[in-house]
Write a protein of this length. Structure first.
Length: 337
């Protein structure tokens, strides 16, 4: 091979993952499994966007991921009071490190375990977010409040103040167990694939994340290709909490969840993902606290050899701004055995 041909071949191999010149039947990787870490949602089980594709029986997958986000929401002023008296205020920052493990038991059955380690505090992102919003995004009045503090305040529906018993600190979150079973399996990757997922959260938390009671979750997730390079993922489910009172707040016992994700397989090694996660009300009795919570997530996954996978992305709240994480970034590393 001449030097010129070798150069052309090297360029094509480099561009392949970005232009689709690589294997058109590249494997789909599925959504990034983001769990909601908004300060008031942390104690509760949430259902992430996930794939119905199961591990091959006998294979094990270990994932380490990080979620770093800034939480800020403020309700309207209390009628008849000073402008500094709002119906609720949530202000803080979360950092969550999670270790999870999945194992394929049979071709249609997979089990998993997930353990988060959480840190909640004032953080350092307030100034960064204010600068970011200054580019042309609404700032939600953040500049009028002290920076880098943890505050959860509010009024109940009878206008009496709530007494949140949470605090800054680091601790282990609830240990989560899950099982997923394939229920619709197309003979090829060209058709629908559907799986059922069941989850159980145990009250094993420590420190400021202790307690909260048992929680259960059930979810149907599906995937279908959209041409050669795109895939659609859909999911819907609900959670149930045995305990509704936690750290001075009253939570909804049942909460609906749903997601939609589009994956663009840029080549054999790359995927680009856009997804929307939504859930129903989780906190009750706080005056004017919103009942619908939705996020836009954008991320990418990159295969590193045969067994490693790297993922990264960011999330923005789209509804309601006052009851969802303002901005978050996530990173993950997965190893398959």
């Amino acid at each position: 091979m001449t030097a010129k041909r070798r150069l052309v071949a090297a360029v094509l191999l480099t561009l392949g993952p970005c232009t689709g010149l690589a294997n058109a039947q590249a494997p789909r990787r599925g959504p990034i499994e983001w769990h909601e870490e908004w300060l008031l949602a942390q104690p509760r089980l949430t259902l992430p966007a996930t794939s119905p594709d199961l591990l091959v029986d006998g294979k094990t997958r270990v994932r380490l991921d990080v979620d770093w986000g800034n939480d800020f929401g403020v309700g309207q002023e209390v009628p008849g009071t000073s402008s500094a008296d709002h119906v609720f205020l949530v202000d803080g920052e979360h950092h969550t490190l999670t270790l999870s493990l999945r194992h394929g038991l049979t071709p249609n059955l997979e089990i998993g375990i997930r353990l988060p380690v959480r840190e909640r505090g004032g953080g350092v992102l307030d100034g960064v977010i204010e600068w970011y919003h200054g580019i042309g995004f609404p700032n939600n009045g953040r500049e009028t409040f002290p920076q880098d503090q943890v505050r959860v305040e509010g009024r109940r529906e009878d206008f009496l103040p709530i007494e949140w018993a949470g605090a800054s600190g680091t601790g282990i979150g609830k240990l989560e167990l899950d099982v997923r079973r394939g229920i619709v399996e197309s003979s090829s990757m060209a058709g629908w694939r559907v799986s059922a997922v069941g989850r159980l959260a145990l009250p094993t938390g420590t420190g400021t994340f202790s307690g909260g009671g048992l929680e259960f979750g059930a979810q149907l997730v599906a995937a279908h290709p959209l041409g050669k390079h795109f895939d659609l993922f859909l999911g819907a489910g609900a959670t149930h909490s045995a305990t509704t009172e936690y750290q001075g707040l009253v939570y909804e016992a049942n909460r609906a969840h749903g997601f939609a994700t589009v994956e663009w397989r840029l080549g054999h090694a790359w995927s680009f993902l856009v997804q929307v996660d939504a859930a129903g009300r989780h906190v009750l009795e706080i005056l004017d606290y919103p009942g619908i919570h939705a996020y836009l997530r954008v991320g990418t996954k990159r295969q590193l050899g045969e067994r490693w996978e790297l993922e990264a992305g960011f999330g923005e709240n789209i509804k309601h701004q006052q009851a969802t994480t303002d901005f978050s970034v996530g990173f993950g590393l997965t190893r398959t055995f």
